[in-house]
Design a protein around this ligand. Structure first.
Ligand code: SF4
Ligand code: SF4
Length: 483
């Protein structure tokens, strides 16, 4: 019998790729199931574990109130210091939405190609600074010590661990849906997959700092053969030049790596795995600076940054409604809309996803539609910034009027002018404006001027007994019949 000897050039057995994408989808579905159970517990029992919202870490850092959000954030940072920035892709519901949006877009043959900007990359750090660092700078400047940490209850005004006020930080349903649509959908379509993580998310900025110190990374297997085919780069939704980083460093050093393992699944050589490795430190800076091609010139970058910052301040707390992250996302979109108009004016040919906006110097129908939409959004941004100025003036005057300090009558008339401007020129009169208008009118002994805002307020807050009683009193004092 002739012994079998393998042919010298026999190809290696076909590698069965691991389906990490499916596993991650299952984990993210479970995360949403846990969120649903959490909400159901609150609805059934009337109280539950306080929300695991990372923004509640601000209450701990500024007021000393220990929150579940702070504990949760601390645990994620500690785990990121060891395992890297994995929470974003395996535990974050906003990333799940973004990946779902990208997946749906690809189903209709739209690849959410990332927009590459140098300065917009500073967005997450700037938002992180506004949320977590600036309040500490203000505290130090005022000479106040770091607050003592303590637990509190709902009865004391804020439930640290257990609360009945589960929705305490959430905006209304309309703004919540808008937040998800913008941060999880629109921004992906316009700026590319995971662009909310790349250009907005302040928590991602914190985790990416921890990631730089983590002794673990996506790395090349010892002895494995990387043929620089670039399949890993094509598979990466975080816009990382994986094959170049692997070639230069033997590991992915970008802190944008969310450890979703898509590159590990994709590599036809089976050459990649997650494992222990030297912390990346700041090596990604050299990688980024040598390999990037950006979509904007420096002038455009600076223009987008200026409009983005203006947009952020215009939208933040607009009408007392817009949360910080939505404001940051809208600010980034305002910067992008500006560049879209500049490119439409200056470039000879321009495409936006499947739409040809301009060809051979002629703006097509899609180009006009995109330009009008972008200009309308910028006009809305400008209008919002003026609204915010009047809102800020009103916020400044209100404590004086409410406290009845000396000069409060003069302040009351000024406040009425600001509030009436908001009612007249704003696109919406929020409840707080109606409430302050009515209270200020009564403080100024002008109950007739309190009737209209109270009527609006009673439509906005139909179950509020205080508003109903105040409206009755204001009508009676003005000699009007009860409606
Ligand atoms: S997919 Fe694998 S073989 Fe191809 S470049 Fe990436 S690591 Fe190298
Ligand atoms: S480098 Fe790999 S693990 Fe990291 S985000 Fe890109 S595909 Fe995912």
């Amino acid at each position: 019998m002739v012994p079998h000897t393998p042919a010298p050039c026999e190809p290696p057995p076909a590698r069965r790729p691991k389906r990490y994408g499916r596993r991650r989808a299952v984990v993210l579905i479970l995360v949403h199931l846990v969120i649903a159970i959490h909400i159901a517990t609150w609805l059934l029992l009337g109280e539950t574990l306080a929300p695991l919202e990372l923004n509640e870490a601000m209450f701990t850092l500024e007021l000393g109130i220990v929150t579940v959000g702070f504990i949760f954030m601390g645990l994620i940072v500690l785990s990121s210091l060891v395992f890297g920035r994995f929470f974003c892709s395996w535990g974050c519901h906003v990333l799940a939405l973004q990946d779902l949006a990208a997946w749906l877009l690809e189903k209709v043959h739209i690849k959410p190609k990332p927009v590459r900007s140098r300065l917009l990359l500073l967005g997450p750090l700037a938002v992180m600074g506004a949320m977590f660092i600036w309040p500490q700078v203000e505290r130090l400047a005022a000479g106040r010590p770091f607050p003592e940490l303590f637990l509190s209850t709902d009865a004391e005004g804020f439930g640290s661990l257990i609360t009945a006020d589960f929705l305490r930080n959430l905006p209304g349903p309309g703004i919540t849906i808008l937040t998800f649509l913008v941060c999880g959908g629109l921004i992906v379509y316009l700026l590319g997959s995971r662009s909310f993580c790349r250009y907005v998310c302040p928590y991602g900025a914190v985790f990416s700092l921890a990631d730089r110190l983590a002794p673990s990374r996506i790395r090349l297997d010892p002895g494995a053969d990387c043929v620089s085919c670039g399949t890993c780069t094509a598979a990466c939704s975080s816009d990382i030049r994986v094959h170049e980083e692997i070639k230069r460093f033997g590991a992915v050093v970008s802190p944008s790596c969310l450890k979703d393992l898509d590159c590990v699944s994709a590599c036809p050589q089976g050459a990649l795995h997650w494992g222990w490795a030297r912390p990346s430190g700041w090596r990604s800076w050299s990688a980024a600076s040598r390999h990037r091609r950006y979509d904007f010139t420096w002038g455009e970058e600076l223009l987008a940054l200026a409009v983005g910052v203006l947009g952020f301040f215009a939208f933040r707390s607009l009408y007392g409604q817009i949360p910080l992250l939505l404001a940051a996302a809208l600010g980034i979109l305002a910067g992008w809309a500006t560049i879209l108009i500049v490119h439409t004016l200056r470039r000879r040919d321009l495409r936006l996803k499947p739409f040809q906006l301009k060809r051979a110097g002629r703006i097509g129908p899609a180009g006009w539609v995109a330009s009008v939409l972008a200009a309308a959004f910028l006009a809305f941004t400008l209008h919002s910034s003026v609204v915010r100025i009047h809102e800020q003036r009103g916020h400044h005057l209100w404590p004086h009027v409410e406290a009845g300090h000396a000069g409060s009558v003069e302040a009351g008339y000024q406040l009425m002018r600001e509030l009436q401007w908001l009612h007249r020129w704003g696109i919406w009169t929020p409840p707080y404006v109606n409430d302050r208008m009515a209270r200020t009118a009564i403080l100024l002994n002008r109950p007739d001027q309190a009737v209209e805002p109270l009527e609006r307020l009673s439509r906005q807050w139909p179950a509020n007994a205080r508003v109903k009683a105040a409206l009755r009193d204001a009508r009676a004092a003005s000699g009007l019949q009860a409606g």
